[in-house]
Design a protein around this ligand. Sequence first.
Ligand code: NAP
Length: 492
Amino acid sequence: MTTISAADERSALETVERRLFIAGQWRDASSGATMAVEDPSTGEILVEVADATPEDADAALAAADEAFVSFRTMAPRERGEILRRAYELMVERTEHLALIMTLEMGKPLAEARGEVAYAASYLRWYAEEAVRINGRFQSAENGGSRVLTMRQAVGPCLFITPWNFPLAMGTRKVGPAIAAGCTVVVKPAKQTPLSMLAMAQIFEDAGLPAGVLNVVCGSSSGSLMAPLIADSRLRKLSFTGSTAVGKQLIAQSAEQILRVSMELGGNAPLIVFDDADLEVALDGAMMAKMRNGGEACTSANRILVQDSIAEEFAARLAERMGSMAVARGTEPDAQAGPLIDDVAVASVKELVDDAVAGGAKVLCGGAPIEGPGHFFAPTVLTNVADDSRILREEIFGPVAPILTFATEAEAIAAANATEYGLVAYLFTRDIARGLRVIEGLETGMIGLNQGMVSNAGAPFGGVKQSGYGREGGHEGIDEYLSTKYVAINVAD
Ligand code: NAP
């Protein structure tokens, strides 16, 4: 395990860009303004980064619009090779990227390295997909004409990304967009702009033509983004973030009928039947709950355990969660880092307090950890009342509420009792039961006997208020392609 020194941290921060990336150039904000990026494990300022103005955002869209004219016709193999080089550079720079990510977002270095590998895997996957975009040719039903379809790049895209996976939520969109021949403007979350800027450095080094990728960071996302969404040069918006902001962006997009993809919030159920391998279910629950410190859209928000094994399961989960090393992400033995900011700590505390006021029992944790930074103790709750807010709202922290059920039908009904529908996890050794439950669950993804579903080759996305559109897999590139159909007269 490598120990990170203060000098390592300084040198990583000195080598990452802090300016906007527009039309292939690194620029200060036109106003000269900067915004602070904080270390969530200390609350101290790490660096100042350019704080874009609406004029800068407009320049970024103008660059994407201009670059689209030639990029759309670049040979697919060439686009694929740029993505492949970017993949290789990202893997080569893993240590640097992971440290930057840990510093700005807080997750332990081991998890940050995992995210770099995960982020890079989308570039590799779409490097391979760029050359497989196809159409079809067939006889019309009456035989009198022919049907030709082709799929073409949608056009300039806007990507708005969250802070919880600051690199992967970018590559999951940028990879397929570039493979399809689209140009893009990315706006990362204000808490974590450095990872996206480091990604732009990689694409610059990989030889991506100027203007194809532009990165605009800013502290006032609403006023930066609204004019771009209303601009007729923009053809597509892809957003990853909260359902509340997603709804506003969908409404704004209606004005010019933008193509839209929405990767929104979740309230994942994790169901454990009494025939499950308990060790596998506990490993899965730890992964689904504690990956990214619980700050993931895929986090298990409600753990539903069949009556007969509930007490044992809760005690064993509390033993594991209660013994986790919670520390600054750069500490070699850290297993969970801080939450992103004070607001996040206050919101998790409110949900736990509300559950406890309703009669919930705290098996471990239950409160923020005193001291600098934004830490919250890993927490397991049982006896949670049905009307507790924690069962309805996204927790986004290291808290596992455990509920019980008696029958399969009860488990399905409880799992579906939410407006979200991103992912569910299911633990059983009975394959027929597994399939019955899977068919009844209202989610876009399901983990069967495993606590993680993310994979570049698979379509990630939700139903209900968790959004629409898919990222990853063969499906992911469809979000960046429009189908054109040609009716061909073949009569003599
Ligand atoms: P958020 O508050 O919705 O912010 C997401 C992004 O939207 C940030 O870049 C933010 O910028 C920007 N934004 C906020 N208000 C905006 C507005 N009025 N106009 C334009 N942009 C705006 O979400 P978050 O707290 O960063 O991320 C956590 C949420 O993301 C959770 O709900 C989580 O479930 C969801 N998420 C979903 C997925 C998925 O694939 N389904 C993956 C990861 C996360 P600023 O922060 O700079 O204001």
